[in-house]
Design a protein around this ligand. Sequence first.
Ligand SMILES: Cc1ncc(C[n+]2csc(CCOP(=O)(O)OP(=O)(O)O)c2C)c(N)n1
Length: 321
Amino acid sequence: MTHDPARLYRTVRLIRRFEERAIELVRAGEIVGGIHPYLGQEGIAAGVCAALRDDDLVTGTHRGHGHVLAKGADPARMLAELCGRVTGLNRGRGGSMHAADFGVGVLGANAIVGAAGAILTGAVWARRRRGDDLVGVTFFGDGAVNEGMLLEAFNLAALWRVPVLFVCENNGYATTMPVDGAVAGTIAGRAEAFGMPAAAVDGQDPERVRAATAAAVARMRAGGGPELIETHTYRFDAHHTFEHVVRLDYRPPEEVARGRSRDPVVIQGARLPAEVREAVDAEVEATLAAAVEYALASPVPDPAGALDHLYASGLTARGGS
Ligand SMILES: Cc1ncc(C[n+]2csc(CCOP(=O)(O)OP(=O)(O)O)c2C)c(N)n1
């Protein structure tokens, strides 16, 4: 796969500006319920997905916009989804934490911490049984590494040699809980317990994430089993936008400043000539301006159809009495 640093920069920048625009829409009351911003962690989704094929499968997390966008979903339809509009990726019924786009291999963001790894492992296993040669990546936070469902996925993926890359986004906190207060042993040690190779990567450098992913994916495509990459990263903003209102005091200001000083957008942007970077920035702004306009101009779903589309088979649900 040929690699284009400008393309990787575009993805990181697109996710950054998408999240900033989404936060504006939360404040404007257009995105109901708020979001978990991916600000600061963009280099992970962008770097990982730059090493994947279009048909490879991905599952994400509650902090999932970056994963969906990096895999190639249309930002306009993604934003419409967040705004609950009929033109959204999932007709506005999934929203921030359930956005999916099967057309680009995104089986979904996921609100249940630790659950997406099991879904991805099962999906990749099933597709490989059918003869498809794709691989899969599942993203999860440090808060997921003690969840039984994720550890069960590690076990079956290793036992059945399912080509799944488990990507931990270790941003140091699960909501307000520091990783040192919650995780016994090490994250890599959990992979090793199941016989899975594990690597640690600087999650703030999109190129390093891409290179580590490309190496793991090459081994998996050549018949290797699952692997784990632990990325070290920092969440630049709140756990959830509710934190903008309910101010919580759990990260020392010096730590936040230090974390923010390693910005994936700046790191990747510095690798490009200024005129290339500026052209990408302008194109991203235009794309997102059009996306916001598209989302806000789209209609909301008709409540009369609330029970439609519940079953893939087309089965219609009966309304309650
Ligand atoms: C099974 C489960 N337990 C608890 C929650 C509530 N919850 C939502 S996000 C979150 C923290 C997750 O932390 P981490 O996995 O480190 O991801 P991050 O938020 O740092 O991206 C928790 C506990 C949940 N959604 N699912």
